[in-house]
Design a binder for this molecule. Structure first.
Ligand code: ADP
Length: 349
């Protein structure tokens, strides 16, 4: 029973009955008119009810089903919908579908964020625990007597200090990544001279490289090469990649930094590479290496002061530039990280 059709049919009947009775009494007197009026009214009732059911039932059922789906958070029906009647009910259906789509997107976005937050807090507490417990251990040992022992007191303080430094870099990296992920850190593109950015980073990391007995070599980079990029962010990418190339290298190893053009793309893109002769990354780790806190060898990474966030930051920055990051590696031979940038202009001179 379609209640709206019943209501419309009854209302129409009442109007028709009243009209026929008034007209009948006015023109023909009472007796024959009453019978005809009743028959007409019944016929009108069935005609209106049937028409309404034929026109509305299927479409109202569709609206109710879609609302039920929405209510139950069932979003799996992505078939393209049709609205053949182009009337107000089709308008309602169309808007319902649009609303459902918007709610679906928002629903999954919030779900993703919730999962992300849960993972992030889990990872973070795990990462914080190690240096904090280490500091606690060294300080306790010092308090319990090691402070007076000149053989070990400085050593323990230095170890505690190393863990404090790790906490500081972890906090800095976390702030950086949070800003990138929330979009607070905007990527502002401008024309930047790539060579001078590379040289500046290499100069700053020279001391670290010498300490690890690794040689930093800048290959031929055109001095006039300008790229469209965010200077600070690209500097950060280079720092993270070159630092890793030093950290995961071997004594006597090298790190080559350079650029090349991609003629297939009409030289529109410049590829920047950082190639090391280090320990390499096994193929199975490569797809996950840019996930935050993912490490191939946790203890080695921690010994080297790694936070597990360096490559996640690199990936975010490269994605924010709409560019590509590539990783090629061979165990025990070395790794090449490369990323593309947009060639802003090639000034001769
Ligand atoms: P971390 O702070 O631990 O270095 P990253 O995000 O920078 O964190 O790197 C993630 C992991 O990827 C490292 O722990 C290391 O296992 C691996 N890795 C990164 N760069 C290199 C490299 N150049 N050679 C070998 N392994 C690397």
């Amino acid at each position: 029973m379609l209640r709206v059709a019943l209501r419309v049919a009854l209302l129409t009947c009442a109007i028709v009955l009243v009209l026929i009775l008034i007209l009948g009494f006015l023109f023909f007197g009472d007796q024959p008119v009453l019978g005809i009026s009743l028959v007409t009214t019944v016929l009108v009732f069935f005609a209106v009810y049937t028409t309404m059911v034929l026109l509305l039932k299927k479409r109202l059922t569709r609206i109710l089903e879609e609302l039920d789906d929405l209510n139950q958070k069932r979003f799996f029906d992505h078939e393209p919908r049709e609205y053949p009647d182009d009337d107000e009910i089709d308008d309602i259906l169309r808007r319902l579908d649009e609303t459902s789509f918007t709610i679906e997107k928002e629903f999954y976005r919030l779900k993703r964020m919730e999962n992300y937050r849960k993972d992030f807090i889990g990872d973070l507490s795990h990462e914080l625990k190690t240096p904090i417990f280490a500091i606690q251990g060294f300080v306790e040992t010092l308090i319990n007597g090691a402070l007076e022992d000149p053989e070990v007191n400085r050593e323990f303080l230095k170890k505690a200090m190393r863990n404090v430094s790790r906490l500081i870099s972890l906090t800095n990296n976390l702030m950086e990544i949070a800003k990138l992920e929330t979009g607070e850190l905007k990527t502002t593109l401008s024309e930047i001279p790539l060579k001078s950015v590379i040289l500046e980073v290499v100069e700053n990391l020279q001391f670290k490289a010498e300490h690890e007995q690794v040689q930093l070599i800048v290959d031929d980079v055109d001095s006039d090469l300008m790229v469209l990029a965010d200077r600070n962010q690209i500097r950060q990418v280079l720092i993270n990649l070159i630092e890793n190339a030093i950290k995961y290298n071997k004594p006597g190893g090298t790190v080559h930094i350079g650029t090349f053009m991609t003629p297939q793309q009409g030289n529109k893109k410049v590829t920047v590479y950082v190639r090391d002769t280090g320990i390499g990354i096994e193929a199975k780790h490569i797809p996950r290496i840019t996930e935050r806190f993912y490490r191939t060898d946790k203890s080695r990474a921690r010994d080297k002061g790694g936070t597990g966030l360096g490559l996640a930051i690199v990936k975010h920055i490269i994605e924010a530039h709409n560019e590509q990051l590539h990783i090629e590696s061979e165990s025990n031979k070395g790794t090449t990280f490369s990323f593309t940038l947009q060639n802003a202009a090639l000034i001769s001179g």
